[in-house]
Design a protein around this ligand. Sequence first.
Ligand SMILES: [Zn+2]
Ligand SMILES: [Zn+2]
Length: 206
Amino acid sequence: MLICPRCGRTSEEKEFVEAFCIDCYEFNIRLPKGLKVVLCKRCNRMNLQGEWQQLNRRKISEYVAGKCKGDFTGADCDIDTGACTFTFEKAGKRATLQRQVDLEKQVTMCPDCCRSSGGYFEAIIQLRGDMGRVEAEAERLGNLLAKKTFVSKIEEMHGGLDLYVGSSRAVSTVLHDLGFKPARSRKLFGRKEGKNIYRVSYAIRL
Ligand SMILES: [Zn+2]
Ligand SMILES: [Zn+2]
């Protein structure tokens, strides 16, 4: 049986790490200040270290763990409260430690959502043909495009649907990946930073 030299409790009352009880043992950990995760209230994506991406709680934990110093082997953080559970392996035993991390959650609107809510688009996908197939394709494309950009509106047109999409590059990539060879046409839309901006239409017959 062990007796903790700090508080006098025994290993029958408390879990021990080396010579100390788990409450008195000094885990080697240094927590950073001013960590921030930005969330978009519209698409629910997160901005971690400058990049907008799918919300992923494991990635947030990894990010926080990467900023903490110490000999812990794992970290699990709750983004809503900043409560983190650190795992230590000491003398072949696992111990966990709860700490509050200074993690600010900021809720805002990402640039894509700002543009999309303002009706911005760079590309139109014109799906034409049998309406059942058009609708199924619109859904599939919408899901794929949502991972890269946004669909700002879908309009029913004569004989099909028009999808208004935020990024023409994303449309090119997705259509190419799916093996589509759409008829492409472009219209000058304006100039940005000295470059011509085009709106591109992609016509697909199904
Ligand atoms: Zn103790
Ligand atoms: Zn967003």
